[in-house]
Write a protein that binds this ligand. Structure first.
Ligand code: TYM
Length: 335
C-alpha cells in the first residue's frame, strides 16, 4: 500500500533568556500537539540570537538549556527532528540566495526590526535587518507546509511566503508556500503588569512575565498582582485587556471555553479568578519543571539528541539547496 506523506511543520525559538508562558502557549504547546500527526522539525535558532550582542559563554549554556527545556515540554526526539540551527549550514547558505530575492523596502517595514533597532540603538547591524530572510530560509529549506507561531511572527511569515513566491516566479517552481498556524486562543499572551504590551522575556519588570521554570509560589504571586480593571465581573469584552489576557491563559491551559470560564466565575470576584489562573498555570508547568531538571543534568543525552537531530535535518536540507543552486545557475558542487 502506498504510504501517505505527512505534511511538514517547521518552527523555531531563540535561545535568549528564559522561555515565557507566552512562548509556551503561543508556540511550544502546539508543537507538542502537532508532532503526533505531522512530520515536524523544531529548532533552537541560535544564529538568530546573535543579531543582538550575546556573551558567548552564556549563550552556549542557554542553547543547551533551551534544548533541554523543549524536551521537557514534550518535544519527542523520536517523533520530531529537534536540532540546533547553526549545526545545519544550509540555513545560512539559502539565506544568502533569498536575500537577493528580498527588497530593502520589505525589510524596512518589519515592525520587529523597528522595535529592536529602537531598543538596541547602538548596534543596528545588518543581521538585525536581514533576520527575516534567515527565518524564511529556515522554513523554505524544508519545503514546510505549516509554521506554528504566535501572532508576533505573522509579518515575518508573510514575508517568507512573498520571498518564496517571488523566487518561484523568477526561477520556476522550487519552494512550497508555507501556511501560518496561529492558535485562535493564546496567540498573543500579554504582560501581566501591562496587558497592552506583549509578554516578553526581555521585559525589565519580572512581574510582567511568567517564566516556564518559575516556582509555584512565584507564579501565584505574579498572577495575584496581575493588572486588571476596576470592574469585578469575569467576562471577555473590549477594554478589559487584563481580564481578556487572563481568560486566554486560563482557556489555553485548561481547555475550557470562554463561556465555561464566565459561568465558572459568575458571582465570584477577580481575586478568586486570579488565584485559579495561577493554580492552573502552576499545575500545567509542574511536570515541565520536573522533566527539565532531569534533561538539563544529562549532558550526554542532550549531545546524543542534538547530534541525531542535526544529522537528520542535514540529510533533508541538501535537496532544496541543490535545486536552488541549480536554478541560480551555479555549477554542481564537486563534493
Ligand atoms: P521567539 O524566540 O521570539 O518566540 C518563539 C515563539 O513564541 C511565540 N511567542 C508568543 N506567543 C504568544 N504570546 C507571546 N507573548 C509570545 N511571545 C513569543 C513566538 O510567536 C514564536 O512562535 N523569529 C522567531 C524564531 C524563528 C522562527 C523561525 C519561527 C526563527 N526562524 C522559523 C518559526 C519559523 C522568534 O524570534 O521567536
Amino acid at each position: 500500500m502506498e504510504e501517505i506523506q505527512k505534511k511538514r511543520i517547521f518552527s523555531g525559538i531563540q535561545p535568549t533568556g528564559v522561555f515565557t508562558l507566552g512562548n509556551y502557549i503561543g508556540a511550544i504547546k502546539n508543537w507538542n500537539d502537532l508532532q503526533k500527526d505531522f512530520d515536524c522539525l523544531f529548532s533552537v535558532v541560535d544564529m538568530h540570537a546573535i543579531t543582538v550582542r550575546q556573551d558567548p559563554t552564556k549563550l552556549r549554556q542557554q542553547i543547551l538549556n533551551s534544548y533541554a527545556l523543549l524536551l521537557a515540554c514534550g518535544i519527542d526526539p523520536d517523533k520530531s527532528i529537534l536540532f540546533i540551527q547553526s549545526h545545519v549550514a544550509r540555513h545560512a547558505e539559502l539565506s544568502w540566495v533569498l536575500s537577493c530575492f528580498t527588497q530593502f523596502g520589505e525589510l524596512s517595514r518589519m515592525t520587529q526590526f523597528k522595535d529592536k533597532s529602537a531598543r538596541h540603538a547602538d548596534n543596528i547591524n545588518a543581521g538585525l535587518f536581514t533576520y527575516p530572510v534567515l527565518m524564511a530560509a529556515d522554513i523554505l529549506l524544508y519545503q514546510t507546509d505549516m509554521v506554528p507561531v504566535g501572532a508576533d511572527q505573522k509579518q515575518h511569515l508573510e514575508l517568507a511566503r512573498d520571498i518564496a513566491a517571488r523566487f518561484n516566479s523568477v526561477c520556476g517552481d522550487t519552494f512550497k508556500i508555507p501556511e501560518p498556524y496561529i492558535p485562535k486562543t493564546g496567540a498573543r499572551i500579554m504582560s501581566l503588569a501591562d496587558p497592552t504590551k506583549k509578554m516578553s522575556k526581555s521585559d525589565e519588570n519580572p512581574n510582567g512575565f511568567v517564566a516556564i521554570l518559575d516556582e509555584p509560589d512565584v507564579i501565584m504571586r505574579k498572577f495575584k498582582r496581575a493588572v486588571t480593571d476596576s470592574d469585578s465581573i469575569v467576562r471577555y469584552s473590549e477594554g478589559k485587556d487584563g481580564i481578556n489576557n487572563l481568560m486566554a491563559i486560563y482557556a489555553s491551559v485548561t481547555g475550557k471555553s470562554f463561556d465555561e470560564i464566565e459561568r465558572e466565575f459568575d458571582g465570584k470576584g477577580y481575586g478568586d479568578f486570579k488565584a485559579a489562573v495561577g493554580e492552573a498555570v502552576s499545575d500545567a508547568l509542574r511536570p515541565i519543571r520536573e522533566n527539565y531538571k532531569r534533561y538539563s543534568a544529562d549532558k550526554a543525552y542532550l549531545e546524543n539528541c542534538y547530534t541525531k537531530g542535526a544529522e537528520m535535518a542535514n540529510k533533508i536540507s541538501f535537496r532544496t539547496l541543490d535545486k536552488v543552486y541549480k536554478k541560480c545557475g551555479f555549477i554542481k558542487k564537486p563534493f
